[in-house]
Design a protein. Structure first.
Lengths: 214, 214
DNA sequence: ATTAGTTCTAGTCAGTTTGACTATAACTAT
DNA sequence: ATAGTTATAGTCAAACTGACTAGAACTAAT
């Protein structure tokens, strides 16, 4: 379950998008589904998630974390399947490199049709987690490049939370987090006053897989 | 991974305890381990967790939630094992009924020796989750009975967070949560002013397994 | 019966955070 | 030069938090 920012067709503002793959065999042949695949004998869970993601979409995430293990009895009509789902954030430059094709395409996270299996429920849960986690942890920056303006950070929050935020108050909060570093560079080329560029100096989350390994 | 409150041997104050089972075969024969068992073909993940818990310890939890899926390559020396771990809270009355025996015993959560497999890491992570979750969700009440005093709630928080809390300020916060209902009863028999009894009227968490099902 | 000891409970007060808002700075386009 | 727009700093009141005070209500000891 991968999230990336892409400009909306109309407003041009960044919105949340996710890549889906088309089912080429039964069950749910023809429907769109989350990328995924089997866990092989000699790879860890995050390694398997990364590998499957790489193989289906060519993406390399900047943030990867376990979402949930889904194991309901009737997830697949043909057999019992337990899916240990990971969710990822990828930076815009990475997202632009993704292999789009007839069977791999980006969709707006808030405008998905009916997906295969229970994947709509999985997307809903991942969205809920993303919104929640963003409120108390610095993960939004994994959706941005190395340098960014505070307005861009605000746009990320606005896209994910789906509501407008007061620019002045938002600045104050972001500037109070120690993981955000002011640089001496300014973003030139805009139509207005050039905003200062900032940098994120923090590290990933507290996932057990991330906690010990440096 | 089950948590319950039991009075500490010395101070008599409630502390966190967890039940462990002794390994009766290799690997790690003789060491203590978390209760668990296989997932059968016809049961959901939470059902399997409940069943395994019931079979090994006789406990029925008042709160059950998925913790994490552990799938490192070297968790067991003999084979590749992926464990989808659940964590549970049980009320004191339930905990007292648990089947203790030569091979099933309660341990203080903060005084465990070396456990089998990676179970020490799992306990650490569960403790971390419990502490975190208690800060923003009303789950402490699943460790108490139906009626409780505000001082008992405070003792739960103090036991889990391992630090003392100001009684007056704590009251104020708890009384501000809408899920706590004042009753007209008072706890008699204490050595001091009888405290009022309260009740918890909320419901479980936002686990995907719990969200839709009523 | 009075007093001391303890917890229960309500309240005050200062420091911090939050949301709504105002004002100035710095750029581009006309 | 001027209007338009975003960037940025600051003000102010409301809400929240932590430290603290004080009276209420009970038991145990004198």
């Amino acid at each position: 379950m991968i999230f990336a920012l892409r400009p909306s067709e109309r407003s041009g503002r960044p919105t949340l998008w996710i890549p889906l793959v088309r089912r080429i065999r039964e069950p749910f042949k023809g429907l769109w589904a989350l990328p995924g695949g089997p866990l092989t004998h000699a790879e860890s869970l995050p390694d398997a998630a990364s590998r499957n993601l790489q193989e289906t979409t060519g993406l390399a995430p900047s943030y990867l974390e376990q979402l949930y293990a889904f194991g309901g009895l009737h997830r697949s009509p043909t057999q019992r399947v337990v899916s240990i789902v990971y969710w990822a954030l990828v930076q815009p430059t990475e997202a632009a490199l993704a292999d789009e094709s007839e069977n791999v395409r980006w969709f707006r996270a808030d405008r998905l049709g009916d997906l295969a299996f229970d994947h709509n429920a999985i997307v809903d849960y991942a969205l809920w987690r993303l919104r929640n986690k963003m409120a108390y942890e610095s993960i939004a920056y994994h959706l941005l490049g190395e340098y960014f303006t505070l307005a861009q950070v605000r746009e990320v929050y606005e896209a994910v939370l789906d509501r407008e935020l007061d620019p002045a108050n938002f600045r104050r909060q972001v500037k109070a987090t120690p993981e955000i570093e002011e640089t001496e560079q300014y973003l030139q080329g805009g139509k207005h006053r050039p905003p200062r560029l900032y940098r994120f100096t923090g590290r990933p989350g507290l996932d057990p897989d991330n906690r010990s390994t440096p």
